[in-house]
Write a protein that binds this ligand. Structure first.
Ligand SMILES: *[C@@H]1O[C@H](CO)[C@@H](O)[C@H](O)[C@H]1NC(C)=O
Length: 398
């Protein structure tokens, strides 16, 4: 724990930024080291986006049991806010989706969004300086996903891939498909865990406490630009102080990673995984990603970033930002959601279900486990039997 706390202090001082990607971590636990530790072949691929960010993808090309058995259908996995490709491997071969897909015969690629541990590089901007951090999840949707998926399609020489996203990895999927229609023929099917589009009914204390102030049309961005968001910044300490005064939630839960990710109230979390979760998460993001979500909470719209009417006019030629065209999405889509998800609330998921074109929405699976929460979609107990067997079955039959 001391090491974890030391790392947290380093992070809060911003020193971690000055170190190579992994050096600021509590250990050298990475996607590569974890998968290798389980005996899997794992590759790293780098791709540059059209706006200069250099992203790292991880790939498990084949199963350790089969060895290289020729071309396989391709699956692309995209992580959520403050997370990374490590999400899909750290639970080990029995529970990690990357290994399960590999055993099911797939060529498994895992993306990393700009700004996270593995994608903190740019052709000309330094992550130590503010301009690097002028992005949010809209940019992940319109730059990162196209760059990564085009690379994967080219490298593997297949026509289509299957998309799996968690949380922000689903938001960026909606952004991508509403902004760049050509991907509809490239994505065979999409499997969205804890889908996040509208967020008006988000119950996370991050939103209920921070939303009213920080979810306004964003004057901060105009004045100061964006910045890296870290759990121990003063902003987070403020949230913590406000939210954690409730004795029912322990101090420990309030200050750790699980709190940030919304997983503090689950009976399902596999505690064996906590050290590895702590070592790889939070993996970094820009404050604008959080501001944009909070804007959705406040406004009730799923639309582009609100800069305030003056700059909106310049950016969008209208006083209000344009909405994302969820209705127009044609990729066959499968949703998996739960009752106890403080980020993807039932009401907001229902709105998504009713908005999507019925011919695109293939199924929406509401989990019977009432207490299943936002991050249990990654690390819940018995997740293979409870959820992933179904997801893989849907992928096979899509
Ligand atoms: C919890 O995680 C450990 C470590 O990966 C794994 O061996 C175990 O099977 C998991 N337990 C359950 C019930 O999923």
């Amino acid at each position: 724990m001391l090491v974890v706390q030391l790392a947290a202090v380093l992070l809060s001082l911003g020193l971690a930024n000055a170190l190579p990607a992994d050096a600021g971590r509590a250990s050298s636990v990475t996607t590569v080291s974890i998968a290798k530790g389980h005996g899997y072949e794992i590759e790293e691929h780098q791709v540059q986006t059209s706006d200069g960010y250099i992203l790292t993808m991880h790939r498990i090309p084949y199963s350790k049991n089969t060895g290289n058995d020729g071309p396989r259908p391709v699956v692309f996995l995209m992580h959520g806010l403050l997370c990374s490709s490590s999400d899909w491997v750290l639970a080990g071969p029995h529970s990690g989706l990357a290994y399960l897909l590999s055993e099911a015969g797939y060529d498994v690629w895992m993306g990393n969004a700009r700004g996270n541990t593995y994608s903190k590089k740019h052709a000309s901007k330094s992550p130590l300086l503010q301009p690097f951090w002028n992005f949010e999840w809209h940019d992940i949707g319109i730059y990162d996903l196209p760059a990564m998926m085009d690379y994967v399609l080219y490298w593997t020489n297949v026509d289509q891939l299957t998309y799996v996203g968690h949380s922000q990895g689903t938001t960026s999927f909606f952004v991508l498909n509403s902004m760049i229609p050509r991907f509809k023929s490239r994505i065979r099917s999409a499997h969205l865990l804890a889908p996040v589009a509208w967020m008006e009914h988000m119950e996370s204390p991050l939103a209920t406490v921070g939303g009213p102030l920080l979810g306004q049309p964003n004057a901060f961005v105009e004045l100061f630009g964006s910045a890296e968001f870290l759990p121990n910044t003063q902003l987070m300490n403020l949230f913590g102080a406000l939210v954690c005064s409730d004795q029912a939630i322990s101090q420990f839960m309030c200050t750790n990673t699980l709190f940030l990710l919304g997983g503090w109230n689950s009976p399902y979390i596999n505690e064996t995984l906590l050290p590895d979760i702590m070592a790889t998460t939070p993996a970094g993001c820009s404050v604008n990603q959080i501001f944009h979500y909070l804007q959705e909470y406040n406004s009730g719209y799923f639309r582009q970033f609100d800069y305030g009417s003056t700059r909106n006019k310049k950016e969008y030629s209208s006083k209000t930002p344009p909405e994302y065209d969820v209705e127009g999405i044609e990729v066959p889509t499968y949703l998996y959601y739960s009752d106890n998800d403080y980020f993807a609330s039932l009401i907001d998921v229902d709105r998504l279900r009713y908005t999507m074109n019925p011919s695109a929405l293939k199924s929406a699976y509401r989990m019977p486990e009432e207490k299943w929460n936002h991050i249990d979609f990654l690390w819940g107990l018995n997740i293979k039997e409870i959820l992933y067997d179904r997801v893989i079955n849907d992928i096979n039959n899509a």
